[in-house]
Design a binder for this molecule. Sequence first.
Ligand code: ZN
Ligand code: ZN
Length: 116
Amino acid sequence: MLRAGADPENLGPADFLCNFCRKPWTDDRPMIEGHQGNLICGGCVTLAYTEVVVHKAGVIDAGVGEGPNCVMCLERRQDPRWVSPVYEDQAVCARCVSQAAGALVKDKDSRWAKPG
Ligand SMILES: [Zn+2]
Ligand SMILES: [Zn+2]
């Protein structure tokens, strides 16, 4: 997501914030982009991956509208979703967490490693 008040004509890394922790994009905080400019940072991918991929926990949709939709794919899937502990309207589904983890592993500059 873009920082509130960011100048769209003159965007820098500090204007790109992780939807889940609202920290800015930096050299040691890689970002993965989803739909509508939504972003998840490496640190949040680590937390989300640990919960929904390693522990298979998180918000499970039993068909009665549990939790917000995934902000990365905007879909409402049967996968478990990780909800930001700070911004509870922000969720990411297990499929998007796995895709983000795969992209971070491929990007050697990210120095990101799968937890667990
Ligand atoms: Zn984050
Ligand atoms: Zn998703």
